[in-house]
Ligand binder design. Structure first.
Ligand code: F6R
Length: 242
């Protein structure tokens, strides 16, 4: 594990964006694995800046997002498809047809998961997977459980996860109860993984994930088995790693 400690938000975003930008400079056709949530927003902003100043192009890149809520229309302000379009895709030169987010189709969620998994298989390997960390140790929406799944699947969100995400909705009742998520196998198959963790509220779970035992009760602990993980942490999130 390569832990990069940063001392400001600015530095956090710069380091995250520069890892993605340097990959695209050497491999313009890279498969990017992308995350939503609050943590990567500044990194995406920084990437948009780098694109605008001509330092990076997404023209030939392909992207695969980790997850999507089930039951929100894709243009719903809180759908992850909409999030990605708003925060990144609409501001850079990526071909929208090359951007992939699982479908949150209410009618056929299992089918949507299966199709997304076939798409990932066809893509071969993700070159760089960006991950955030849930307070319960989830990555993507692989929630703590007695069993984890390798492939893309439908998952029931934990109460804890719905509460954490309720900040984006008017009321907790509006937070979807289910999601489609890439499985642990697809995530761990990535060539390189960049885990982003910011803020005091992530300190304890980050320490458990990186230094605790491997357990399905903390899905992020499986990252300890991956040969190429970079962790970007601010001071508050890294407090218990010393
Ligand atoms: C988002 C995702 C989630 C988040 C995690 C942390 O696509 O897969 O695992 O990365 O819930 O979210 P934030 O960054 O909002 O704390």
């Amino acid at each position: 594990l390569n832990i990069i400690r940063v001392t400001s938000d600015e530095q956090f975003n710069e380091v995250g964006a520069s890892i993605i930008a340097s990959l695209l400079q050497t491999n313009p056709r890279a498969n990017l694995g992308l995350a939503t949530g609050s943590t990567p927003v500044g990194v995406y902003n920084k990437l948009v800046e780098l694109y605008k100043e001509g330092s990076v192009s997404f023209a030939q890149a392909h992207s695969y997002n980790l997850d999507e809520y089930i039951g929100l229309p894709s243009d719903h302000p809180e759908s992850y498809r909409r999030f990605m379009n708003d925060k990144l895709f609409n501001h850079v030169d990526i071909n929208l047809e090359n951007t992939h987010v699982p479908s949150g189709s209410k009618e056929h969620p299992e089918q949507a998961a299966k199709e997304y998994n076939q798409l990932l298989d066809a893509a071969g390997q993700i070159d760089l997977q960006i991950l955030g960390l849930g307070h319960n140790g989830h990555i993507g929406f692989n929630e703590p459980a007695t069993e984890l799944h390798a492939a893309t699947h439908v998952v029931e969100l934990e109460e804890d996860t719905r509460q954490a995400n309720a900040r984006f909705f008017d009321h907790i009742d509006q937070v979807p109860t289910h999601a489609v998520t890439m499985g642990m196998g697809s995530i761990l198959k990535s060539k390189q993984i960049v885990l982003l963790a910011k803020g005091e509220s992530k300190a304890e779970i980050l320490a458990r994930a990186l230094m605790g035992p491997l357990t399905t009760q903390c899905p992020a602990s499986m990252l300890q088995t991956h040969p190429n993980v970079v962790v970007i942490v601010d001071q508050a999130a890294g407090e218990l790693l010393k």
